[in-house]
Every structure is written in C-alpha cells, then in structure tokens.
Write a protein that binds this ligand. Structure first.
Ligand SMILES: Nc1nc2c(c(=O)[nH]1)N[C@H]1C(S)=C(S)[C@@H](COP(=O)(O)OP(=O)(O)OC[C@H]3O[C@@H](n4cnc5c(=O)[nH]c(N)nc54)[C@H](O)[C@@H]3O)O[C@H]1N2
Ligand SMILES: Nc1nc2c(c(=O)[nH]1)N[C@H]1C(S)=C(S)[C@@H](COP(=O)(O)OP(=O)(O)OC[C@H]3O[C@@H](n4cnc5c(=O)[nH]c(N)nc54)[C@H](O)[C@@H]3O)O[C@H]1N2
Ligand code: SF4
Ligand SMILES: [Mo]
Length: 747
C-alpha cells in the first residue's frame, strides 16, 4: 500500500484511538523542546542543575536534573551538547522524576521469612542483609566454586556487580539485552561487515535519502536521536519504506507501507536482492571493490522473484519492484535499518544477514546517509588486581550456540535446574536491574529454575514482580541519587557523560556501586574496591582522560575529536573490513563451516490455528518495558495496555472497543488479568497486538497492579536461534475469551 507522506510531528486522522496514541507520542516529543525552553529560562535563575544521564531506557541521554532550594527534584532537561538527545528528552526521560518520587519504591532491605507457616518479607538493616548474602555466597563458593554464583543484570547497576562477580571469580553473567533483544543482529552484521551494530546504531539517518524500517517501529520505539533524525530526514524529503504487518507510527509517515504477512521478511528481502541484481541497479563498483561471494549470491537469489515472494509475503510484485528501485535511486544514502529487538522467529541471525547483504548491495555501509564508522573513547580502568580465571562461565554454558558473543540468560538460568548432564550447576542467582519474570520468556522454565536455587538476591528500585522470588531484596536508589560509571558513547564523534547525584538517596536506599563494594569486602575481595566513594573512581578516570570532575560538573557532556579517520569510507585506496577475508562477506564461509546456510533462506514458520491469532507486541512512546508502568508521571499518560483487534475479527467475535477480554495461548495458558479491546484497521486480521510491560502481579505496585495483560506470560513457545541462542518470541498464538476464566478462582 502506498500512503502519502505527512509531516512527522503532525499526524492526520487514522481513527480515533490511533490519533490519540500517535499524536500524544510525537507531540510530546516535539512540544517538550518548547516547554524545556521556557523552563530553562526560568529555572536557570533560581534552581540548581546537576549533570546526569537518563536511566529510563538504554539510550542514555545526557541531561540536567533541576532541584529547588529545598532540594526537591523539579525537572530533567536534555543536555544540548549530547549527540544522544540534542538537548531534548523523550517523554519517558522527562518523566524520570517519577522514578524518584514514586512512593511505592523499595525502602529498606528485605529478608524472606516464615510467619505462622506463611512466607513473607521482613525489613532488615543493611548490615544484616549484606552479612547474610556474603555468608551464603561464601558457603556456595567453597562448596561448588565461585562459578556457580550467577548474575543476571541490565542497565547501570550491572557494571558494578559484574566487577564484584569477576573479582570473586565468576563469569556466569548474562543480560536480556542480548538473547532477548539485539543478539541476532550483532551476529548477522558481524558475519557480513566484521562489526557489531552496537548502541546507538551508527545509522546516518539525518543525511539519508531512503530509510527502510523492517519491523523497527521508530516513533513508538522512542530512541531519542534516531526519532529526531528521522523527523529531520522526512522534512528533507527522504523516502520512508516501512515493512510491518501493523500500521505503526512509522508506517503512517511512510511513502510505502508494506503490510507484510508476519514471519515472511526473509522472502521479501531475497526478492529485493533479486530485483537489484536482475535490473543491474545494485552498487556494482562497491561490490567489486569491497565484497566477496557475489556470484554465489546472484545464483542463490536468481529464482527468488517478486512473483515468488508475493505468494509468501502478500506484497504485490509491483510494490516489491518499485520499492527496490526507490532504494537503488537513493543509494548509497539508504539505510536498511537493522532493528533492535530482533528475536522474532528463531532464524533471526539469518534475517539480520539478509539486511546486511541488502545494505552491501546498496553500497550503504561506510557511506554518507547510510552507516557511518562509529567511534568511542576508552575509559581507563581504575587500578585493581587482575581478575581470577573461572573454570567455566557464560561462554561454556552457551557453547552449543557457536556464535553467541555474550551470556544467554535462558541458558544460564537453565543451569539452576539439576540434572545428570548439567555440567555447570548454578546454585545462587543475583538479579540486578532486570525484571526477569517479564523480560525472559518461558515462565515454566524460569519458575522451575528459581525453585531449585539455594539462594536468590534481587537488587531493584521498585517492588517489581521479580522481587517476590528473592530471599533477600536490596533497595537501590534511583539514578538521580547516585554516581555511576562514566558513559562513553559511540557516535559520529566520541563523547563522555557523567552521572552525579542531584539529591541524597531517599529512604534507606543505596547505590549499587556501594552494595558491590560492601559484599566484596565481606567476601574477602576488598582490594578490588580501593575507594570509599565512587566519586574517587570517576575523578581518577576523568583526570586520565584529560578533563576533571570539576569541568564535567559544569558541562555534563564532553565531545572529543575523532582519531580513527573519516566517518565514511576513504575510497581513494583499498579498505580492509574486519572480517576473515578483509572483505564484506556476502557468502559466509564461517556459517558454512559451522553447518549453517552460508546465504539466508526463507523458511516457513508456524501459523495460527482456526480461532487463534498471532500475538504481536511492541513499545509505547511513554513507557519502557515494565519499569515505567508504576511511574506516577508516566502511568498518568497511559496506565494499561490495550488489545488491538482488526474489525473483521471483532465482527466475528462480537467485540467492541473498551470491552474487557482475557487471552488463552496455544499451550492453554490463560492471562492472569484482562485487557480492553481496541478495534482498529491498523492491525492485520491474523494478529492481535499489545504493548509489552503491563499486567503486573505485584500488589505493592499500587498504580500498575492488575492493569492490562503481561505479554510474556503468554510466550511459552520459544524459537531458539541455533546460531547464537536468541529466544524468538513471535510464534505464539492466542484465542480471545469474553467470559472471565478466573471467576471462581482467586488470583
Ligand atoms: N515479552 C517480551 N519480552 C521482552 C521484550 C518484549 O518486547 N516483549 N523486550 C526485550 C528487550 S528488547 C529487552 S532490552 C529486555 C528488557 O528487559 P529488562 O531490562 O528486564 O526490562 P524491565 O522490565 O524494564 O526491567 C527493569 C528492572 O530494573 C529495575 N530498575 C530500573 N532502574 C533501576 C536502577 O537504577 N537500579 C536497579 N537496581 N534496578 C532498576 C526496574 O524496576 C525493573 O524491575 O526485555 C526483553 N523481553
Ligand atoms: N518507548 C520505548 N522505546 C523503546 C523501548 C521502550 O521500552 N519504550 N525499548 C527500547 C529497546 S531496548 C529496544 S530493543 C527497541 C525495540 O524496538 P524495535 O526494534 O523497533 O522493535 P521490535 O519489537 O523488534 O518491533 C516491533 C514492530 O515489529 C512489528 N512486527 C511484528 N512482527 C513482524 C514481522 O513478522 N515482520 C515485520 N516486518 N514486522 C513485525 C510490530 O508490528 C511492531 O511494529 O525499542 C527501544 N525503544
Ligand atoms: S530515549 Fe528517552 S528514556 Fe531513553 S535515555 Fe533518552 S530520554 Fe531517557
Ligand atoms: Mo532491547
């Protein structure tokens, strides 16, 4: 379908629900700069500002926290010199104040105890909680080895606890940002160009002439500078092509919206390659000079015509040809965006390979308006003894996935389940900054593993669902109340940003650098924590980098000149890519040698049975996963998710917008709570859609409890990527229940 291009910020009518969701999203972003300007003028006089970077998502925008004379946090505003935000925060970043103000926060350490035969938590002092953790950890280390202590972490606390773990000899570490998020794309692009995409993505969106989004829903996915650059690119006349079974916000800004049948993207991309090669409109010179395996690729795609792809994807051959030509016209200023949350159907590394190959055919890697060569600056390590060498760790645990380059959460967690062939027994688990019951699929496996653990610690700011499984819960203070590691970012130019506490920790909460140090000292590895305040670490590091804490307190962000040469390919001489062959590898010998397809192939994935719909999920602009659901400011904007249902389906089932329904999946798992229907043409008839991160089961979350459905509990079928262990989550199907299935049971 071809849609007319509209201004990014102003969105015209799409049906009432759609307008509400999309306009709020983008207007909030646009408007915030106006409000920010006003606030900036007023606050600059009377308020104090402290440098920080945002922790509401992992884009890590640098910002200023404004506090008044009483020390109350008033407002957080983007830092103008920051390449992640260009001076403007997204609605979530602005709402970060709510993270600090949330009265449901964890307030003291908690220890599990049994009262009258019932398990509950009791408040404890830091000393008691830390002594208990250190004693348990030491005991397990002595009996089973330090390796059997595992850490699942995400975000800023991760760095400090990883240091603790490595100090006492464990590398049994993983995070959901790999096997539940970006892993497959890093593998796919690494195999092709010899380089990870990383974060932020080195997409030169501001100068692009054509941006192709394949299931990447920028605009709902609110990664700051990307959204702003996309808006600029649209103003500059760039063509947006969106491939999404759902009419996303990005689709509404696109010249072409290709409403693909879910799970068939590889077929579309193979046919695009076929057109580019057949019509001789690929970048011949670039391919000849920089790539290997072109002849194999040409043979491989020769039968994958648009007519072939039409039967699979539902996209008309003419649309496929037209869009391929648009890309070629824009080449090399064209981006096939690699996406970010890419664990979909289990063949995700191969889908990422297809994206990488298309970028190569269009000559966009290392070219203006395509992908730039990113650069970062290394933050020197604070002096500490060398880490001991564990006998096993995340690598050994994930060895059956040959190209896994980080710990695989699900594999590490599985190691807690005792069995004869489990060579890597995990006995204790620390979870920090990740709500694993919502971010890791296959709840049955998770519960079985947690049940088998000897000991579990959770470090969080909020009483999230995951805390309910812990033996000890430690309350971390929020990012506005602590120092953290220096943010070193990879962008067009390298930059650093700092995080300084704007206020003292509320309640009895503490920063994770302090928690790590205290546990380390109690476990006898105090020499790794040779400081009394993390401020000393930062001061030392900044000094080594030619700046100082004093300077950084004033500027918050420091940009450095590039040292690695041009952002784009220097085409006067040869260029060596960091792959095995030194060339862009269209055909992958590495995959072939490992027994995988050296060129991507389309494979058919399961489809919904009669009466079932594919469960599709994504982001809302004003929320981040489950972490913001209870945030007073953001909950106010959106307090629950809805179930998007196509009118065809609503007619068959007699559903109305606003009606409460429950879902049951293919494995008979029934949602704990209900969700309200939103009837909309924007979703295909074979799928339903909801925003991830709702349906909280923890009653202590007074605003979020029981609101909407938790998509993760319905994701019991996981398609594992055999190349790197990613957990494909989009092959789950649900049926809609209009009667309360829990009528006679207590939740
Ligand atoms: N079903 C489903 N699963 C998914 C996804 C999906 O879309 N659908 N998305 C996947 C993706 S892309 C990702 S990246 C992961 C994200 O996975 P997670 O990072 O686990 O996401 P959140 O649910 O936000 O959980 C973050 C936890 O950290 C806590 N927290 C926030 N700030 C701090 C802090 O400063 N200190 C400490 N100690 N804790 C803090 C929050 O209260 C919350 O409990 O989830 C993945 N899993
Ligand atoms: N506001 C906000 N922004 C965020 C986050 C957040 O929590 N909130 N999280 C951040 C993180 S960590 C990540 S990883 C990113 C994730 O953001 P993206 O990488 O953009 O997200 P995905 O979840 O992969 O993609 C969701 C889109 O894929 C579409 N889709 C579903 N199935 C298919 C299919 O078979 N084919 C195609 N072509 N499309 C399909 C859905 O309809 C939806 O529009 O967002 C980031 N930005
Ligand atoms: S994109 Fe938004 S939530 Fe994420 S770091 Fe930036 S301001 Fe914070
Ligand atoms: Mo992610």
């Amino acid at each position: 379908m071809t849609t007319s291009r509209r201004k990014f910020i102003k969105i015209s009518a799409l049906g009432l629900g759609g307008v509400a969701a999309t306009t709020t999203a983008l207007n909030m972003f646009g408007a915030s700069s106006y409000i920010d300007e006003l606030v900036k003028e007023n606050v600059a006089k009377t308020f104090k500002r402290t440098a920080t970077y945002c922790e509401v998502c992992f884009w890590k925008c640098a910002a200023w926290t404004y506090t008044d004379e009483e020390g109350a946090v008033k407002k957080i505003i983007g830092n103008e010199n920051d390449p992640h935000c260009y001076g403007r925060l997204c609605p979530r970043g602005t709402g970060g104040v709510g993270m600090y103000n949330d009265e449901d926060r964890l307030k003291t350490p908690l220890i599990r105890t049994t009262v009258n035969g019932e398990q509950t938590f009791r408040e404890a002092s830091w000393d008691e909680a830390l002594d208990l953790i250190a004693a348990k950890f030491k005991g397990i280390k002595e009996e089973f080895g330090a390796e059997s202590l595992a850490l699942i972490k995400h975000g800023a606390p991760g760095k400090h606890l990883e240091h603790l773990y490595q100090a006492f000899g464990s590398d049994t570490i993983a995070e959901p940002a790999y096997a539940q998020c970006r892993g497959p794309r890093e593998t796919g692009f690494n195999l092709t160009f010899g380089s990870w995409i990383g974060s932020p993505e080195p997409t030169d969106i501001r100068d692009t002439k054509c941006l192709v989004l394949i299931g990447s829903h920028i605009g709902e996915n609110m990664h700051n500078s990307q959204v702003q650059e996309m808006s600029d690119a649209i103003d500059n006349g760039a063509t947006i092509i969106t491939v999404d079974p759902r009419f996303s916000t990005a689709a509404s800004k696109s010249k072409y919206w290709l409403a693909i049948k879910p799970a068939t993207d590889i077929a579309l991309m193979l046919s695009w390659m076929n057109v580019l090669i057949n019509e001789n409109i690929y970048d011949k010179e670039y391919i000849e000079k920089y790539a290997t395996g072109f002849n194999e690729l040409k043979d491989h795609v020769s039968t994958f015509t648009p007519e072939w792809a039409y039967g699979i994807t539902g996209i008309k051959p003419e649309e496929i040809r037209k869009t391929a030509r648009e890309m070629a016209d824009a080449s090399p200023a064209v981006i096939i965006h690699p996406g970010r949350h890419v664990v979909w159907y289990g063949d995700d590394s191969q889908r990422a390979r297809a994206m990488a190959i298309l970028n190569a055919l269009l000559g966009s890697w290392g070219r203006r308006g395509g992908f730039y060569f990113k650069e970062s600056i290394k933050v020197p390590e604070f002096p500490a003894p060398e880490y001991p060498h564990p006998k096993w760790g995340w690598k050994e645990i994930g060895a059956k996935y040959p190209l896994a380059q980080m710990g695989i959460t699900t594999e590490v967690i599985k190691c807690a389940i005792p069995s004869e062939d489990n060579k890597y027994p995990v006995k204790a688990l620390m979870v920090a900054g990740t709500n694993i019951t919502k971010s890791i699929p296959n709840k049955k496996l998770l519960e079985e593993a947690i049940e088998a653990l000897d000991f579990m610690v959770v470090i969080d700011t909020m009483p999230m669902d995951v805390t309910g499984y812990a033996d000890v819960v430690l309350p971390e203070c929020t990012y506005l109340e602590r120092y953290d590691e220096i943010r070193s970012a990879t962008n067009r130019e390298p930059s650093i940003a700092i995080r300084i506490p704007a206020v003292a920790p509320k309640y009895d909460s503490k920063p994770s650098w302090w928690i790590a140090k205290e546990i380390g000292e109690r476990m006898g590895v105090g020499e790794y924590f040779n400081y009394t305040d993390y401020k000393e670490v930062i001061e030392w590091q900044l000094g080594q980098m030619g700046t100082s804490l004093e300077e950084m307190e004033k500027i918050g962000v420091k940009n450095f000149p590039r040292k690695s040469g041009s952002m784009y390919l220097n085409e006067t001489g040869p260029h060596e890519f960091p792959t095995h062959s030194g060339k862009i590898e269209l055909y992958s010998n590495e995959l072939k040698n490992l027994g995988f397809d050296p060129l991507p192939n389309y494979t058919k994935h399961p489809e919904p049975q009669q009466g079932f719909y594919r469960l599709n999920y994504g982001r809302a602009p004003m929320h981040t996963f489950s972490r913001t659901a209870n945030n007073p400011n953001l909950n106010d904007l959106k307090s629950e998710n809805n179930l998007w249902v196509n009118p065809k389906v609503s007619r068959i089932l007699g559903l109305k917008t606003g009606q409460e329904v429950w879902l049951k999946n293919q494995d008979d798992i029934i949602s704990t709570f209900s969700i309200k229907v939103r009837v909309t043409e924007r979703v295909r008839w074979d799928s339903v859609y909801m925003v991830h991160g709702f349906g909280h089961q923890e009653k202590k979350l007074s605003r979020a409890y029981g609101k909407g459905i938790n998509d993760t509990e319905l994701i019991s079928s996981v398609a594992i990527d055999p190349i790197m262990g990613g957990t494909g989550m989009r092959g789950n199907f649900v049926t809609i229940l209009t009667e309360n299935p829990h009528k006679n049971t207590e939740i």
